[in-house]
Design a protein around this ligand. Structure first.
Ligand SMILES: C[S@@+](CC[C@H](N)C(=O)[O-])C[C@H]1O[C@@H](n2cnc3c(N)ncnc32)[C@H](O)[C@@H]1O
Length: 335
């Protein structure tokens, strides 16, 4: 499909797409593409995008053909009113729960029609407990919860019922992997099935320790490590532990600590602070109100629990959590 577009340097792609999306001028039905080392991004309003992006990178206006995204949730919304979003993990689709069972079953059938590779469709009622796993109802197809998901060229075996997994985190896994450097020692404090860990060691000769309290997550991350081993440059070890007590178990210090447990990570800052090297980076994921991005809780917690010098970067929005709140990454840099 043809669309007006902007042509930019690839390296600014992620940031520019985010800005265009927030300004509602990204044509999100079409997939951006790379041509002659430049990134072509389909837009709704060329002039407005020129104005919005000005100063970030050089931009050329263009008009080109783009592939349409096949499984856009919006398409489903057009077909079935009331079902706004669903996600796909491997060959399983998950719809965010709306109370009307009949509507959900209709939506499940529609999803399979749009995307024939889907074998099961579930409704997610909630995310619960320490393991942050979803409560699910089968709507359509096989009663199977284990699937194979591809992300950034890696294979992840996921049990959608027993482990946390969000396919929307692929971009963030990639971003943190790109910030990491060879020879870094990294702690992935809440590693799940290994998303951050494996993306990091795919791109870098780094050493990562992945920790999770959920035994199923540790089994699957270890499996995912073995399955992807041939395409990995670095090394990883996965350990089942309560991250709260890591400073009593581990003697190493880390150059980078990833704290991706948005509903609880703030309580682990004390532990992280004890495990960091000089000039380390902590990536703390927390839920903040979109409007005011108040960091008071985090700053207070750091004051109480971390007697080191650090600076806190601007929060970076990663995922929507609810209409009012989002999950943000807060980069705490030891100086
Ligand atoms: C949001 S998920 C992590 C997702 C993962 N980082 C990814 O990118 O896919 C949070 C994880 O924290 C783990 N968790 C919760 N409390 C923990 C604790 N006290 N110690 C270690 N892991 C914990 C949960 O089991 C869950 O897998």
């Amino acid at each position: 499909m043809n669309s007006p577009c902007i042509k930019i340097d690839k390296q600014y792609g992620e940031d520019v797409i985010k800005i265009l999306k927030e300004a509602h001028i990204l044509n999100s039905d079409l997939r951006p593409k790379i041509m002659n080392n430049k990134l072509l991004i389909p837009v709704i309003d060329e002039k407005k995008s020129l104005y919005t992006i000005k100063g970030i990178t050089d931009i050329e206006l263009c008009n080109d053909s783009f592939e349409e995204y096949k499984f856009k949730p919006r398409k489903l919304n057009r077909l079935i009113k009331g079902i706004s979003s669903y996600s796909i993990i491997g060959d399983i689709a998950i719809i965010n729960y709306k109370k009307d069972m009949e509507l959900l079953e209709k939506a499940a059938k529609e999803i399979v029609k749009i995307n024939p590779k889907i074998k099961s469709v579930y409704a997610k009622i909630d995310t619960e407990g320490e393991y942050r796993v979803p409560k699910l109802i089968l709507l359509y197809g096989e009663k199977r919860t284990i699937t194979k998901h591809k992300e950034n060229g890696l294979i992840f075996y996921v049990d959608i019922e027993k482990t946390y997994f969000n396919p929307k985190l692929g971009g963030e896994h990639n971003r943190i992997a790109n910030l990491t450097k060879d020879n870094e020692i990294v702690l992935d404090m809440f590693s799940g099935v290994g998303g951050f860990t494996l993306n990091i060691i795919k791109r870098n000769k780094a050493n990562v320790l992945g920790v999770d309290i959920n035994p199923h997550a540790i089994s699957l991350s270890s499996l995912n490590y073995i399955v992807n081993k041939k395409s990995l440059k670095g090394e990883a070890i996965f350990m089942r532990a309560n991250a709260l007590f890591l400073q009593d178990i581990i003697k190493n210090k880390f150059d980078r600590i990833i704290m991706n447990h948005p509903t609880g990570s703030i309580n682990f800052l004390n532990t992280a602070c004890k495990l960091v090297n000089d000039r380390a980076n902590i990536h703390l994921y927390a839920i903040l109100e979109n409007k005011n991005l108040k960091l008071d809780n985090i700053k207070n917690q750091l004051k109480i629990s971390c007697n080191k010098t650090y600076e806190i970067n601007e929060p970076r929005r990663v995922l929507e959590y609810s209409p009012k709140y989002s999950i943000y990454e807060i980069n705490i840099k030891l100086i």
